[in-house]
Design a protein around this ligand. Sequence first.
Ligand SMILES: NC(=O)c1ccc[n+]([C@@H]2O[C@H](COP(=O)([O-])OP(=O)(O)OC[C@H]3O[C@@H](n4cnc5c(N)ncnc54)[C@H](OP(=O)(O)O)[C@@H]3O)[C@@H](O)[C@H]2O)c1
Length: 245
Amino acid sequence: MRENLDDAVALVTGASSGIGEETTRALAAVGADIALLARREGRLSNIASDLEADFGVETLVLPTDVRDEDAVESAVESAVDTFGRLDVVVNNAGLARGSDVASLTTDEYRQMMDTNVDGVFYVSRAALPHLRETTGNLIFVGSFAGQYPRPANPVYAASKWWVRGFAHSLEGQVGDAGIGITVVNPTEVRTEFGSEDGDSFEVRFESGEVTEPEEIANAIRFAALQDDSTVSELDLYRRDKFSGW
Ligand SMILES: NC(=O)c1ccc[n+]([C@@H]2O[C@H](COP(=O)([O-])OP(=O)(O)OC[C@H]3O[C@@H](n4cnc5c(N)ncnc54)[C@H](OP(=O)(O)O)[C@@H]3O)[C@@H](O)[C@H]2O)c1
């Protein structure tokens, strides 16, 4: 396991808030230069300035919608053109919409599938050739909802089951090329998650009630520091998750 990520480059999707934002900080804190990808450019620029000031790393802001495959290809190429390499890629961008399948709109369905599934595929496909060159780490943010049934949102759950199925199958395909593949599965985390359809999780849950995004970012960093083993899967659950099951 590496002691730091000096001379390494990390690309984080969904870097404009929550788990992604904290992941950029966790990786920059151990020396990685950071490419920040999401749609909200202003947010990314502010976070990038803070990373440069706080950790002395280089950054690149990539305002990109992961649902646009050409834009994703260009963003990954631009990161490699700028930094010359790619050692860590974190597939984190994702969201949940709606709940009841019977009343879920096609737009809500498409937004989840296009972001959580197609976006993850586009980013992975674009990144793999570069990770092969560095024998780097490709890390996916899955979910407890991708491990157990989620009656509250079956489509979101299915998108996260896809992420885990894809990640572990890919582990079999590229492991012998030296690429590490990790899935990190959180339970509830206090972020902007859920804000599309109501209160965000950071509003819904008090501090101390569930997981903070820094904790997930630290787990992602542990996976990113591996240079030999693969941390295949990491489950970070709130301690009372199984109470009353
Ligand atoms: N919070 C939880 O309880 C929880 C639990 C388990 C798993 N997760 C997973 O954790 C990941 C991060 O979520 P979070 O909790 O940190 O929520 P968040 O604060 O809402 O962050 C979501 C991030 O995804 C980005 N994003 C959404 N759609 C995008 C698109 N089309 N293209 C590019 N970026 C997009 C958003 O940026 P822009 O809006 O700027 O594009 C934002 O940076 C998601 O995959 C989520 O499913 C969350």
